[in-house]
Design a protein around this ligand. Structure first.
Ligand SMILES: Cc1cc2nc3c(=O)[nH]c(=O)nc-3n(C[C@H](O)[C@H](O)[C@H](O)COP(=O)(O)OP(=O)(O)OC[C@H]3O[C@@H](n4cnc5c(N)ncnc54)[C@H](O)[C@@H]3O)c2cc1C
Length: 386
């Protein structure tokens, strides 16, 4: 790799670290405790242009690659922050960038890059479909120049904090399809100007992602807000999955490093039985083991990101990175909690908050079982398990 690329990446890492210093653990503790939206942090990240990392320069963004976007998220997590508000914008960007029309990009991207418009809601999951996305039931029926949407979504984060929502809905009934991956379409729903009834009910969740159930009753979406072709939406969403998995892996690496930093530092300082607890192999070795696993996962995520940025196939690497990094982070979380003993449960030490936050990464945005199914079937050629 060219030295200048390395230096640029190091500068991004350093820049995000500096920015995060203004948002110490106490800030995130308060946000978490009162289930607030981290407005000041989002403002700072927007001003610094890191939030618009993936938006091309011609639309006012930074025009960076997935490797750099991953570094940004990693550093936010490593600083002790919760990047929910920012990662959503990065996850969804791929669908709009790759499949949106020029007109849609001109209409939305400059505003998103400036921070005037928020695209932080992505509505896919439904109660009756779960991980089987091709079974979603929310219907979008075309009536002239609009679609009328009816149905229900669950676990949709930040719908109340976002202006736009990317929505996956059914445009052809499941029974009428030969190929069940067809018949779904993606829409940009502008929630600032809703015609019909959009009911957003907050869910009481383990983590502060502002997660909701959403009911659509005759919600009108103009035809010009459909992304790409009707019926091809599942394909468009799948296209974004590799980016999503690489970015989740990066966040997990950041969390893993945060836990290792905290655990090793506490193990050096905490004295019990007349010596630092880190002098005991029962404490020291699990930390070293978790460290090795986080570092290994990091290599896989950089491999996946480099392949993606070179426009090479990276499905296997992106999935392995997500699996390994989320598991390594979860191991590091448990090791850190063990190291802190009772203090790990005291909110003031932040370990319990990060413990909850990092646990999510093994389940959402995709559960690791589905990642294993992808590897088993698509990489190793075994029979479909579902
Ligand atoms: C905090 C939070 C925020 C979220 N935000 C969003 C959001 O913004 N937008 C959105 O669309 N969704 C969101 N989700 C939903 C998330 O993507 C789903 O919860 C996740 O994909 C799993 O789906 P499910 O909960 O329906 O589990 P299910 O599909 O019901 O699965 C339950 C369990 O069974 C396992 N399982 C199911 N089928 C198989 C199989 N064939 N083989 C092996 N194991 C299987 C799964 O792996 C899982 O462990 C969020 C979830 C959470 C918890």
């Amino acid at each position: 790799m060219e030295a200048s690329v390395q230096e640029d990446r190091q500068a991004i890492r350093q820049g995000v670290r500096e920015l995060c210093k203004d948002f110490p653990s106490a800030y995130w503790r308060d946000i978490d405790k009162h289930e607030k939206y981290p407005q000041e942090f989002v403002n700072a990240l927007t001003k610094s242009e890191y939030l618009a990392a993936l938006i091309p320069e011609e639309y006012g963004g930074a025009g960076l690659g997935v490797t750099e976007a991953g570094i940004i998220l990693e550093e936010i997590n490593r600083s002790g922050g919760n990047p929910g508000a920012c990662h959503a914008q990065m996850y969804t960007m791929g669908t709009l960038l790759r499949h949106g029309s020029d007109e849609q990009k001109r209409r939305y991207l400059p505003g998103i890059a400036k921070g005037d418009i928020r695209l932080q809601a992505f509505a896919v999951t439904e109660p009756n479909a779960g991980s089987e996305t091709t079974r979603i039931e929310t219907r979008a029926v075309r009536k002239g120049d609009r679609y009328i949407v009816n149905g229900q979504k669950i676990f949709i984060s930040r719908a109340k904090q976002s202006d736009l929502m990317l929505l996956l809905a059914r445009t052809t009934p499941y029974e009428e399809l030969k190929d069940k991956t067809q018949g779904l379409s993606v829409f940009i729903v502008d929630m600032r100007n809703i015609k019909g009834n959009l009911q957003i009910d907050p869910l009481d969740m383990m983590v502060n992602h502002h997660t909701n159930t959403i009911f659509f009753e005759d919600v009108e979406v103009p035809v010009e807000n459909r992304i790409g072709e009707e019926g091809k939406g599942f394909r468009y969403i799948i296209d974004g999955w590799n980016v999503e998995r690489i970015l989740v892996a990066s966040e997990a690496v950041g969390d893993g490093r945060w836990f290792i930093d905290r655990a090793s530092s506490y193990a050096r300082d905490r004295v019990v039985f007349g010596r630092p607890i880190g002098a005991n192999q029962g404490i020291q070795f699990p930390i070293a083991q978790a460290y090795a696993r986080v570092e290994a996962a990091d290599l896989m995520r950089f491999d996946a990101a480099a392949k993606f940025d070179r426009k090479e196939k990276c499905g296997a690497e992106a999935n392995m990175a997500k699996l390994l990094a989320s598991e390594a982070a979860w191991e590091a979380a448990n090791v850190c909690l063990n190291t802190y003993g009772g203090y790990g449960f005291a909110r003031d030490y932040d370990v319990e908050r990060k413990f909850r936050e990092t646990r999510l990464l093994t389940i959402a945005p995709v559960s690791n079982n589905l990642v294993l199914a992808f590897l088993g079937q698509n990489v190793l050629g075994m029979p479909k398990s579902y």
